[in-house]
Design a protein. Structure first.
Length: 336
């Protein structure tokens, strides 16, 4: 897992170098189709990537994005009306029957179907009009890292071309350098601070909430920590009741319009006695963690997960686990 985290900047550079033609073609097809809605199809870390792309699409293009449950097609045998829509399916392996089935259903229903996958010849690729290959190489660790980041970058690169947003495209092209800096952000002070704790909250907002979802999953997968992710706007609606003195909180604030909201809530919980950590320089009671700013509000949250991956891998080993082989998990999950 550590080796694959270190590979992330190079993987993204390779992807950007190799994927221009298919991204251009898919972006042109989306402009021609001019869909009224975008449907996403994914599970696990890939679904968190889709949540990130939901925010990016809605912020950039003003189009609504909905996550379609794969079981609608695979278990319930229903097609969703997507004749004026686009469907983006994300799967590292491209083999899970329910993801493939929903992608087939979306195409059958008239959607422009796009696959983002690390397996170009997979069944998911065959079920789609366009396949965006991540070119990430084999990922040995069960916990996805480089493929998650590459999936988000693939979606952002597609959105930038589709929308004609030159600033976003430039920020995407600059990501290898920014992510190299993110790899070297040291969050190790959290490792000892979490000794004796088996539950925590991860806060975010906007695209940063998608990153909070991914971080919470990785805490569960690799460290056996019951981590829950919440929007900084939602945590006061009930969940705050269990934030007692010393309860750990990680606020993932990006350099975007939601930074102050995430920082304010993380600082507020620290003031109430929580053990709070925050990726922001906005002052307050939480402990500040270093971050690598990307210079663009939509790409900025992505750098946070790269820094986080380094923390959670080290934390897993500190707790006596093997982060590459979490118990009861396997690399390819095939659900129906």
């Amino acid at each position: 897992m550590r080796r694959e985290i270190n590979q992330i900047p190079g993987v993204i550079a390779t992807f950007l170098d190799k994927s221009g033609p298919v991204l251009d073609a898919a972006g042109a097809a989306l402009r021609e189709r001019d869909p009224l809605v975008v449907a996403t199809v994914a599970r696990g870390s890939s679904d968190h990537a889709c949540a990130y792309l939901k925010y990016a699409t809605e912020l950039t293009l003003g189009l609504p994005v909905a996550s379609i449950g794969p079981s609608i097609a695979s278990i319930y045998g229903k097609d969703v009306k997507l004749a004026r829509g686009a469907a983006i399916a994300v799967s590292q392996s491209g083999k899970s029957p329910d993801i493939v089935g929903m992608a087939q259903s979306a195409r059958r229903s008239g959607a422009l179907s796009i696959a983002i996958t690390n397996t170009a010849g997979s069944p998911l690729a065959e079920a789609s009009d366009f396949t965006i290959d991540l070119h990430a190489g084999t990922e040995q660790s069960v916990a996805a890292t480089k493929t998650f980041v590459a999936s988000v970058v693939a979606g952002l690169a597609l959105i930038a071309r589709w929308s004609g947003d030159k600033a976003l495209l430039a920020a995407v092209n600059d990501l290898p350098e920014a992510l190299e800096r993110a790899v070297h952000c040291d969050w190790s002070e959290m490792i000892g601070a979490l000794d004796g704790h088996n539950a925590l909250y991860v806060l975010g907002r906007g695209p940063g909430f998608a990153i909070a979802n991914e971080a919470a999953l990785k805490f569960k997968e690799t460290c056996n920590i019951q981590a829950e992710s919440y929007s900084a706007a939602e945590v006061m609606h009930g969940p705050v009741a269990i934030v007692t003195r010393g309860y750990p909180v990680l606020g993932l604030a990006a350099r975007d319009a939601a930074e102050a909201s995430v920082a304010d809530m993380t600082h507020k919980l620290a003031g109430q006695g929580a053990l709070s950590f925050l990726t922001s320089s906005l002052p307050g009671a939480a402990r500040a963690l270093p971050f690598a700013a990307t210079g663009h509000s939509i790409t900025d949250p992505l750098a946070l997960i790269v820094s986080f991956y380094g923390l959670v891998e080290a934390l897993s080993r500190h707790r006596g686990f093997n982060p590459d082989l979490p118990p009861a998990l396997k690399k390819v999950t095939e659900t129906v």
